[in-house]
Design a protein around this ligand. Structure first.
Ligand code: KG4
Ligand code: ZN
Length: 336
C-alpha cells in the first residue's frame, strides 16, 4: 500500500447481475471518500426474455468490462498505474457473472502489485451512501433493491445485524412485477414512479402489509395479488402505480421508523435501486430521522459503491483479501 499521506485511488468492480459497473474513488488521508468516476453498462439483451439469463450476463460482462474500465479511468483522468487498490464484488449474485469482475479485479491487482479487496454486494450498497456523508456507526441500513429488502442494525463499523427482511418478494421485484402487470414497462421502479405522478394514491385501497405486527419484516406478495385484482377490476395503470407506491413506501418507512425507535438509532442509510424512488425519499425526509441516501447514479448496481466499500475497508485497517477466494451466490452479510 502506498504512503497514507497522499490520497489513494481505489478501483471498484461490480458484475453481480446484469450491470457491468466500474468506478473509481479517492480516499483522502483524512478518511473522506470522493467518487471520481462511475461507469455502468446495463445489459439490454435480457429484455426479450423477461428476466436475466445468467449465461448471457456472464458473456456480456466479459465482452464489456475492458471498455467500461477504460471509460472509468478516462472519467477519473487516471492511468491504470495510478491505482492504489482494487475492490470487486465476490457475492452474493450470479456466480458466473460475479467471477468475471472478480477475476478481472484480482488479475489487475496482481499485475499492478496493489492490494485486492473482495467486497460484499450489500456492503457496497450501504457504502454507496458514503458518497454523501461519512458513515459512522451506529446506524440502521435499509437495502431495498431488485433482489434484497434487508434492514440491518449496524451497532459498530463493520458489524451487521439483520433485524428485518422481506418474507417473500423484494421491494424492487414488486415494483417490477406490478409495472409489468399494468403494462408500464421495465425496469418497473422508474416506470411506476413516473406513472404515479399522474395517479391517485388513494384510488386503490391497498392494505399496508404486516401492519401492527411485531418485528421488522416486510412482505410485498399481498400487494401484488391486490394489484392483480384491482387491475382486473379496471383500475388505471396510473392509479395502480400511485396506490401501490404509497403502500410500499409506507411499509418501508413505517417499519424502519419503528426499528429506529426500538434500537435508539438516529441515522438511517437507505440504499439499493428502490432508494432512487422520489416518494420514498420524501417520506423518509419527513420522519425527523437523519436519513442518508446514495448520490446520483449510486443507488442501482455500480462499481463506485464497491470502491467505496473498499475505501472503508482500507480506512478501517482491514487486511487485503487473499487472491484465491471464490465467488458466492448466497452470502449473508449479517455476522452477529
Ligand atoms: O440495486 P439494483 O440495481 O439491483 C439489485 O441489486 O437488485 O436495483 C434494481 C431495482 C429494480 O427492481 C428497479 O425496478 C428498482 O431497483 N428501482 C426503483 C427505482 N429505480 C430503480 N424502484 C422504485 N423507484 C425507482 N425510482
Ligand atoms: Zn444490488
Amino acid at each position: 500500500m502506498s504512503d497514507r499521506s497522499v490520497p489513494l485511488r481505489i478501483l471498484g468492480i461490480d458484475t453481480s447481475c446484469d450491470d457491468t459497473g466500474v468506478g473509481v474513488v479517492e480516499l483522502t488521508p483524512g478518511g473522506a471518500a470522493r467518487v471520481l468516476a462511475n461507469r455502468v453498462w446495463s445489459q439490454t439483451v435480457h429484455a426479450q426474455y423477461g428476466g436475466v439469463m445468467p449465461e448471457l450476463a456472464s458473456r456480456e460482462h466479459v465482452e464489456r468490462i475492458d471498455a467500461i474500465m477504460g471509460d472509468a479511468l478516462a472519467e477519473a483522468d487516471l492511468r491504470v498505474q495510478d491505482l492504489d487498490a482494487v475492490a470487486a464484488t465476490s457475492g452474493p449474485g450470479l456466480v458466473g457473472a460475479l467471477l468475471v469482475g472478480l477475476m478481472y479485479g484480482k488479475g489487475l491487482a496482481q499485475a499492478l502489485n496493489v492490494p485486492f479487496y473482495a467486497a460484499h454486494h450489500l456492503e457496497g450498497h450501504i457504502f454507496a451512501a458514503a458518497s454523501e456523508a461519512e458513515l459512522n456507526a451506529p446506524y440502521l441500513a435499509l437495502v431495498v433493491s431488485g433482489g434484497h429488502t434487508h434492514l440491518f442494525d449496524v451497532p459498530s463499523d463493520g458489524q451487521y445485524v439483520l433485524i428485518g427482511a422481506t418474507r417473500d418478494d423484494a421491494a424492487g421485484e414488486a415494483f417490477d412485477k406490478i409495472a409489468r402487470l399494468a403494462g408500464l414497462g421495465y425496469p418497473g421502479g422508474p416506470a411506476i414512479s413516473e406513472a404515479a405522478t399522474r395517479g391517485d394514491p388513494h384510488a386503490v385501497p391497498f392494505k399496508e402489509p404486516l401492519k401492527g405486527q411485531p418485528g421488522f419484516d416486510f412482505s410485498f406478495s399481498g400487494l401484488k395479488t391486490a394489484a392483480l385484482l384491482a387491475h382486473r377490476g379496471g383500475a388505471s395503470p396510473e392509479n395502480l402505480a400511485a396506490s401501490f407506491q404509497r403502500a410500499a413506501v409506507n411499509a418501508l418507512v413505517n417499519t424502519t421508523v419503528r426499528a429506529a425507535g426500538a434500537t435508539g438509532r438516529g441515522t438511517v442509510v437507505v440504499s439499493g435501486g428502490v432508494a432512487a424512488n422520489r416518494a420514498l425519499r420524501e417520506a423518509f425526509g419527513a420522519t425527523g430521522l437523519r436519513v442518508v441516501f446514495p448520490g446520483r447514479g449510486l443507488n442501482t448496481d455500480n462499481g463506485a459503491m464497491i470502491a467505496l466499500a473498499g475505501a472503508a475497508a482500507i480506512q478501517a485497517g482491514r487486511p487485503a483479501s487473499a487472491l484465491d477466494g471464490g465467488a458466492t451466490a448466497y452470502a449473508p452479510l449479517a455476522n452477529a
